[in-house]
Design a protein around this ligand. Structure first.
Ligand code: MD3
Ligand code: FE
Length: 198
């Protein structure tokens, strides 16, 4: 385990077969709930495309950031695949079950600015993140914007557990090395974060 400012990174926690099986499940999710590029509250489109599974999903538009019970199309979000729920139970057995799995897709040039995840109600519950495909430079700071940060590369099969004080840490993805992994034939990176929302 690698500790990045209180965030626990488990390199290659998932083997190649598990990674491929997860990609397959996530293709199924995106078939029901297509990826979309959320708009920030300032009306600027994000470079990362997203979708969700579970009883709610994260959306963003000019009305702000929030969890909604349906996809922007009006369709219910698909259920969280069992394979994801099994990983949650294996890595955070003491936590409540997740309400949502947020799926982020990074194509060539996509990145995510420094932010806090604070649209959830209970910050005592952890977030579990799974990286698939191309490697990404992940940056973590403290709970105040503009503080000291540390970076590490997240690679396909890495699992990250965010709990305790790190739950409200600023974090982001500076860049993705497009084509660095063979997992996705067209390249790109998928990150799934499971969260307790209510
Ligand atoms: C540290 N995703 O979806 S995952 C996000 O790789 C998000 O797509 C990034 O930040 C990605 O909100 C980073 C690792 C992660 C997730 C949540 C965190 C790190 C975190 C919450 C608090 C602190
Ligand atoms: Fe985040």
């Amino acid at each position: 385990m690698i500790d990045v400012k209180g965030v626990s990174v488990f390199p290659e926690a998932l083997d190649a077969a598990e990674q491929a099986a997860l990609v397959d499940k996530l293709r199924g999710v995106a078939q029901v709930a297509p990826l979309f590029a959320p708009e920030t509250r300032f009306g600027k489109k994000m470079s990362v495309r997203m979708t969700s599974a579970g009883s709610c999903g994260w959306v963003s538009d000019r009305r702000g950031y929030r969890y909604e019970p349906t996809h922007p199309s009006g369709q219910d979000w698909p259920g969280i695949p069992d394979l994801l729920l099994e990983i949650w139970r294996a890595v955070v057995p003491e936590a409540r079950p997740p309400d949502t799995a947020l799926v982020n897709f990074y194509g060539d040039g996509a990145k995510m600015g420094m932010h806090q995840d604070r649209d959830e109600a209970d910050f005592t519950q952890p977030v579990v993140s799974i990286s698939l495909g191309d490697e990404a430079l992940f940056r973590v700071g403290g709970t105040e914007r503009g503080g000291k940060t540390e970076s590490c590369w997240l690679r396909s099969g890495d699992v990250v557990v965010i709990g305790g004080a790190a739950r409200l840490a600023y974090h982001g993805i500076d860049r993705v090395k497009h084509g660095s992994s063979m997992l996705l034939p067209q390249g790109g990176r998928i990150n799934v974060t499971m969260r307790v929302v209510t």
